[in-house]
Design a protein around this ligand. Sequence first.
Ligand SMILES: [Mg+2]
Length: 386
Amino acid sequence: MVNSVTKIDQIETMILDVPTIRGHVLSMATMRTQTAVLVKIRFADGSEGIGEGTTIGGLSYGAESPESIQSAIATYISPALLGRDGNDVNGAIQLIGRLVKGNRIAKAAVEIALWDGLGKRLGVPVSQLFGGAVHEKLPVAWTLASGNSDTDIAEAEEMIETRRHNIFKLKIGKRSVREDVAHVARIKKAVGDAASVRVDVNTAWSLQDARWGLKGLQDAGCELVEQPVQARYRKAMAELARGYEIAVMADEALNGPEDALAVVAGRAADVFAVKVAQSGGLKRASEVIAIGEAAGLGLYGGTMLETGLGTAAALQLFATVERLHWGTEFFGPLLLTDEILAEPIVYRDFCVETPKGNGIGATLDPDKIAFFRRDGGRTVKAVVGE
Ligand SMILES: [Mg+2]
């Protein structure tokens, strides 16, 4: 029996293109604009839920693009959910799971909107639906990815001085291993003990490259290397995790709880970068976290560079996790030239704060949404990065 009060009446999707504050140079793409897919669900009682599904660099990072996320939701997920009881979030997750293979980011966007609607109707934050927050704020890393060592050092020093970040993740893998190691060593030397320096290779290295890379990075004082080799090379990841003291983190290799179990079984990582979008939603991400915890691995809150909306949703879940050994990288909104939330997420004292309020704790700024939506008839000009 569908509860007529909380029936799902309407699901709207839209694509937003927001310029980034500088070119974000990754091993596989340079981002000058971030594209987010927003989902708005309207329920019969007039309540609403909002969600976000975002990826990085079009189709260069993963199998879903902003356009495929929107189309999966509009064509396949929404028709199955319309008319269902909006309070039955688990039933919706299970139904979508049966009807739609893969498409984890699309599923996550819809699921976040369902949790948001439920939290708002119950008058509680989404963290409460996951047992309650145990942290009000979490450490937050910044990614240095201008592509230039001097620019990165200046950026890092400013972040430390203004007490915004003292954890830096460097995006490497585009240049030779030797050049990358020299770049990391220069930055680590410049910041010294004032900051933790880590790297993300985004799968760019061969196992041979990675052996040299990990040895050099470790000697340079770098603490962690994220996804040095391709996601499917679990044995190579296991060799690297076993062979060096530097922590090896799985990111692209983790697409939901099944992957998490396989990575644990293959001892293919020391740390999980847990991403809500990549896991397929908050619930699946909580399962990845549980598997990591049970295996005694380190945990890190990862991002797909979501806007404040997706960042708020992630904060609701990660605020409930007992121990995030490596902190988070929930800095997505700070990489964008403009804020799309009415109340921006708060960053201070090297931490990001869990937003207050019901649901995921985020309210959209309607003027900004109208300005940045792709179908608004306006073309976003790319900003020139350093
Ligand atoms: Mg990564």
